[in-house]
Design a binder for this molecule. Structure first.
Ligand code: BGC
Length: 253
C-alpha cells in the first residue's frame, strides 16, 4: 500500500525549502528544493517563492507552510527575522490565493512549532511524555513546548530577556557565525540562555534543533543545564516534515 504523502514548505530568514513528505515515516519523500529567501522578504515575494516550489513538484494536495512568526488563525502577528510587512497579514489567505487553493487546503504555522511536531512524532521526542521543549537555533531561536505530546503553540522562548537582552541576539546560531565563535565559545551562551529558561520552566527534556544540531556532538555535551538536552533527529528537515504532517492531519480530520 502506498504511504500517505503531504507537502511542507519551511520559510526561514535565509532560505525557503520544500518538498513532498512521507507522512507515515516522518521523513522527506524526495530531495527538497531550496531557494534563497527574497530580500526584502515581503509577503508577496515570499508567496511567489513558495508557489515556485509547490509548482516544481506539480503538487496539488494540501500544503503546510511555516513562518518565523507568531501565527493565530492563519495570520502572522510578529516578524522578528522577516519583513515587518508580515505583521497583520492573513498568510493562510495569501498562500491559498497564490497557490490556487481553498483556505482549508493550506495550513500556516510557526516554524519552531512545525519542527517540534515532527520531532515529537518521529524524532528525538517520540514517546516522550511530560514537559518537552524544542529549541531551534538558527537566525533566531525558536521554541515549541509540548505537554504529554500536546503542543502549546507560539511560545516564543527565544525572546525571553537574559541580562536585559533579547536572548536570541546572544545565543542564536547566527551569533556564533557572526562573531566567528568556536563551539567552545558559543556553548556557554547557550547554557546561560537555557539556565534563564529553567528559572521558570522545569522541562523533562530539551531537544536542540536547527542546522547547528547536525554538529550537536560538538556542543551539546559542553552544556551545563539541569534539563537533559538531546540533538533533534530530523535536523533541518523538521520544519518541512512537521508542516506537511500538520496540514495533512487537519485536512483528513
Ligand atoms: C521568531 C519565532 C521563530 C524563531 C525561529 C524568532 O525570532 O520570533 O517566531 O520561531 O525566530 O525562526
Amino acid at each position: 500500500m502506498a504511504t500517505a504523502r503531504g507537502f511542507g514548505v519551511d520559510i526561514g530568514g535565509s532560505g525557503i525549502k520544500g518538498c513532498p513528505v512521507d507522512i507515515d515515516g516522518g521523513v522527506l519523500a524526495e530531495e527538497r528544493m531550496r531557494i534563497p529567501t527574497p530580500q526584502p522578504s515581503t509577503p508577496s515575494a515570499v508567496a511567489d517563492a513558495v508557489a515556485e516550489i509547490v509548482e516544481k513538484f506539480a503538487w496539488t494536495g494540501p500544503v503546510g507552510i511555516t513562518l518565523p512568526c507568531v501565527i493565530k488563525d492563519g495570520s502572522a502577528l510578529s516578524a522578528a527575522n522577516v519583513d515587518k510587512g508580515w505583521i497583520g497579514t492573513d498568510a493562510q489567505e495569501l498562500f491559498a490565493e497564490r497557490l490556487g487553493r481553498t483556505r482549508d487546503d493550506v495550513l500556516v504555522l510557526n516554524d519552531a512549532d512545525a519542527a517540534g511536531i515532527a520531532e515529537m512524532r518521529a524524532g528525538a521526542g517520540a514517546g516522550h511524555r511530560g514537559l518537552v521543549v524544542v529549541l531551534t537555533f538558527g537566525t533566531g531561536i525558536g521554541s515549541a513546548m509540548f505537554i504529554d505530546g500536546q503542543l502549546v503553540p507560539n511560545t516564543e522562548f527565544g525572546h525571553i530577556e537574559v541580562d536585559s537582552l533579547d536572548a536570541e541576539t546572544q545565543a542564536a546560531a547566527s551569533v556564533k557565525d557572526d562573531l566567528e565563535l568556536s563551539y567552545e565559545e558559543w556553548a556557554p551562551r547557550v547554557s546561560h540562555y537555557i539556565q534563564a529558561l529553567e528559572k521558570f520552566l522545569w522541562p523533562d527534556l530539551i531537544i536542540a534543533g536547527g542546522g547547528v544540531s547536525k554538529k550537536g556532538h560538538k556542543w551539546i555535551p559542553l552544556l551545563e543545564t539541569r534539563t537533559p538536552v538531546v540533538a533533534a533527529a530530523l535536523r533541518n528537515d523538521a520544519g518541512i516534515v512537521g508542516a506537511a504532517t500538520a496540514a495533512t492531519t487537519r485536512h483528513n480530520a
